[in-house]
Write a protein that binds this ligand. Structure first.
Ligand code: SAM
Ligand code: SF4
Length: 353
């Protein structure tokens, strides 16, 4: 087992398969010209699979592929197939900006992908261009529909930034109600390459809940859903929604999920800034150049690539990983407590969100 000094057990691994991206989200990428890693410095699929085999032996059972934009890696379905074959790995999912996902959705599903989180911060084309640097809102919506069509579980990731897109929170809640996709609102974190993060730009979970309650009324936490007074619990729609909600609850997910009294729609909040979940963190990250990050705010992380390429045996790498995990830092909760918050504490596009 991978246990740290705070007693937390790592079970999930996020693999950033590339640092490259075909978008330039203002809250993520550095401004101006970005320098990418050399191809030779990026782990190949065999190296990733070998590390996952070692980590699965140590208790990691869920994998999320991310980036950068994971679909910029060619033949990603081959990696998915390889990872599904590793003993102990129970699920493979992906986080993507959606631009290239639609055309690959079926192949990914066939390869064994279980679910996809698609990032979408606005429904307004002009604003989409402003935030991401590209004019592809329609393509992203099509990718979300394609993912649903092939039977992938779909979630939408929405980073809310004060003054940028907080006026669309209710639209996103309605989208969740209309489409059945879980929309997860994420508080803006100081992982921006652009240096724009300020504490006053963080639109908090509490503010979002108040806003949605004022506009749509009746938000109810999913784990307390049966207590919603207004429900007619004999209603068939209500029953179907309740079953769906039960399946959506995942106790190790940092998102706290809510529905509405009529049972239609699920939304989640990831309050990384105002209610950090460091004490129950069960994840770690592998960067595309083979660094192990036990925490989002660790830099530069622990170089595993060199060990792989210098011929170290699996038992040695395993021991080094365990020692490293033991030293996992407390997390953003400590950075907040010690008043050390500032912009660009790490670069999300290189570590994989
Ligand atoms: N390119 C893919 C995408 O956009 O979904 C995967 C990588 S992206 C770094 C992963 C997630 O991190 C996205 O949902 C994105 O919105 C989120 N993210 C990026 N920068 C963030 C920040 N500063 N604060 C909070 N979330 C952020
Ligand atoms: Fe690219 Fe994703 Fe970062 Fe946007 S959030 S710049 S799509 S890595």
């Amino acid at each position: 087992m991978l246990v740290d000094n705070f007693g937390r057990i790592a079970k999930k691994l996020r693999i950033s398969v590339t640092d490259k991206c075909n978008m330039r989200c203002m809250y993520c990428m550095p401004r101006g010209k970005v320098s990418w890693l050399n191809e030779h410095d990026v782990l190949n699929y065999n190296e990733i699979a070998r590390l996952v085999t070692i980590l699965a032996d140590l208790g990691i059972d869920r994998i999320r592929l991310t980036g950068g934009e994971p679909l910029l890696r060619p033949d990603l379905q081959n990696l998915i197939v390889a990872l599904t074959k590793i003993e102990g790995i129970k699920s493979i999912s992906m986080t993507t900006n959606g631009i290239l996902f639609g055309e690959k959705a079926r192949a990914f599903k066939a390869a064994g992908l279980e679910g996809v989180n698609v990032s979408l911060d606005t429904f307004k084309p002009a604003r989409f261009k402003e935030i991401t640097g590209v004019n592809r809102l329609d393509t992203v919506i099509e990718a979300i529909n394609a993912a649903e069509e092939v039977g992938l579980s779909v979630k939408i990731n929405t980073v809310v930034i004060r003054g940028w897109n907080d006026d669309e929170i209710v639209d996103f809640a309605n989208y969740a109600r209309d489409t059945g996709h879980v929309v997860r609102f994420i508080e803006f974190m100081p992982l921006d390459g652009s240096g724009i993060w300020r504490s006053n730009l963080v639109y908090t979970k509490r503010e979002m809940i108040e806003l949605i309650n004022r506009s749509l009324g009746g938000l109810v936490p999913l784990d307390n859903f049966s207590k919603c007074d207004l429900n007619d619990t004999n209603d068939m729609n209500y029953k179907n929604n309740s079953i769906k909600h039960e399946n959506q609850i995942n106790k190790s997910d940092p998102a706290t999920l809510f529905s509405f009294c009529d049972g239609r729609g699920t939304i989640g909040f990831i309050p990384s800034m105002t209610e950090p979940f460091c004490s129950s963190c069960d994840r770690m990250r592998l960067t595309s150049d083979g660094r192990l990050l036990t925490c989002l705010f660790e830099n530069p992380g622990y170089d595993l690539r060199n060990m792989l390429r210098s011929g170290k045996p699996n038992y040695y790498i395993k021991r080094k990983i365990s020692e490293n995990v033991m030293k996992k830092p407390e997390g953003i909760i400590k950075i907040i407590r010690t008043n050390a918050l500032k912009s660009s504490l790490n670069l999300m596009h290189t570590i994989g969100g």
